[in-house]
Write a protein that binds this ligand. Sequence first.
Ligand code: FES
Length: 96
Amino acid sequence: MIKQPYPIRRAVFVCTNKRPEGSPKPCCADAGGFDLYLKLKEELANRFVMDVGVYASSCIGPCDQGPVVLTFPDKQCYMKVSEDDIQALADELVAE
Ligand code: FES
């Protein structure tokens, strides 16, 4: 095992989980999770933010409230995030 410091101060997990067709449980992929993931990454890149990592994630939990975003070390869960929320979410993510 190799262990070393990683140059981010905040990790952001965007659920992009996709359930099989016909699943009785909803999923963030069907609620726009993957587009949200790409657009949030793009927004932070446009702001030249290098120390906030955005990662596509499997299921976080509140599937019926998707798309879901989870942040660390803040331990904040954002639900029902839409494209209209990206600017405000990015503002929060870059704040100290
Ligand atoms: S599928 Fe996204 S939280 Fe479960």
